[in-house]
Design a protein around this ligand. Structure first.
Ligand SMILES: Cc1cc2nc3c(=O)[nH]c(=O)nc-3n(C[C@H](O)[C@H](O)[C@H](O)COP(=O)(O)O)c2cc1C
Ligand code: SF4
Ligand code: SF4
Length: 293
């Protein structure tokens, strides 16, 4: 049986959710392994026939830590595909994998395909539960399509257009901003119940207790895990505090909730939502699906 290795980065677990879903759809045809880039596990890449690199888009790019991980990884001459996700379908996100493709090119690896899925925002604003249901239902169908492509070895390599590479290049400024902004993270002592959940879940262990106070040290990746999962919304995330999304999405509950019809986008959806419309229109064509809005 051929072997696939999923290499993934996740902040608030949306990417993990997609990786697990796709892995499940492939498990009868491939032997599956997964590695989270935050875990310092030793992997013998030689054993794998195909790699999947999976990540959330950060400011039109892949997360810095994932790029670093790939640079350092002892990978050579592999085929791989990318499974990326983001909160919005804008073309600005189109060249987010360009840097990864360059890193992997140096390792004589071939990018076979890239798939971009939408998942609820973990920053900017909380997507409506019905919109989340629509996203999850589409993702289920899209992942089935992706799994069939992989099983049938049917791939189309992506192109990274110059104009979107330029946008991605500008987006890299976010990395500098992240260093400055994360030094502004603070905990509101009046709200904090000292449950220490934030310390336990920070993937880079950069939340510490100093002089009896919860403090943020360097190396924060702005993954939003601590601020999303804090039970009392006690974490202030600096300049981006107005964009904070506190309280995680309960995917299983949303899927089971019959009061949500999963048709959040309507033909009359305006402004920003027009872009989602376009994305799902294209997906309807790809999946040969009857339009449902
Ligand atoms: C620092 C940061 C920057 C982000 N930038 C973008 C972006 O440029 N475009 C976008 O569509 N979504 C953006 N998002 C949203 C995430 O890509 C999205 O919510 C993703 O599903 C989170 O995945 P995760 O839960 O695996 O971390 C950003 C999120 C964060 C935390
Ligand atoms: S998760 Fe929130 S409430 Fe719990 S210790 Fe951290 S800041 Fe305080
Ligand atoms: S401090 Fe919060 S946002 Fe920063 S890396 Fe840790 S969990 Fe993520």
């Amino acid at each position: 049986m051929k072997k696939i290795l999923f290499i993934y980065y996740t902040g608030t677990y949306n990417t993990k959710y997609l990786v697990e879903k796709l892995a499940d759809k492939l498990k009868n045809d491939f032997k599956i392994s997964t590695i989270n880039v935050f875990e310092k596990e030793k992997i013998d890449y030689f054993n794998y026939d195909l790699l999947c690199i999976s990540y959330p888009i950060y400011a039109f790019n892949a997360p810095l830590l994932l790029e670093k991980f790939l640079k350092e990884a002892d990978i050579q001459g592999k085929n791989y595909f990318i499974l990326k996700n983001s909160g919005e379908p804008l073309h600005f996100n189109d060249a987010s994998s360009y840097k990864i493709s360059k890193i992997m090119e140096k390792k004589e690896c071939t990018l076979r395909a890239e798939y971009h899925l939408l998942m609820p925002y973990n920053i900017i604003y909380h997507h409506h539960d019905n919109m989340v249901k629509q996203m999850l239902e589409y993702n289920e169908m899209y992942l089935q399509h992706i799994a069939s492509n992989i099983i049938n070895n049917s791939f189309t390599a992506p192109k990274f257009l110059f104009r979107y590479r330029f946008i991605a290049y500008l987006g890299k400024l976010q990395r500098l901003g992240a260093v400055v902004n994360s030094s502004l993270y603070k905990v509101d002592d009046k709200k904090c119940v000292k449950c220490l959940k934030c310390l336990e879940i920070c993937p880079v262990n950069c939340i510490i207790i100093k002089n009896d106070k919860i403090t943020f040290s360097g190396n924060c990746q702005m993954c939003m895990r601590c601020s999303m999962f804090c039970p009392t919304n006690a974490i202030n995330i600096g300049f981006l505090n107005n964009w904070k999304v506190n309280g995680n999405y309960n995917f299983q509950k949303i899927i089971r909730d019959d009061n949500l019809d999963g048709n959040y986008l309507k033909n009359s959806s305006k402004r920003f939502y027009r872009y989602y419309h376009k994305y799902y229109d294209n997906l309807d064509i790809l999946l040969n699906k009857k339009k449902h809005f």
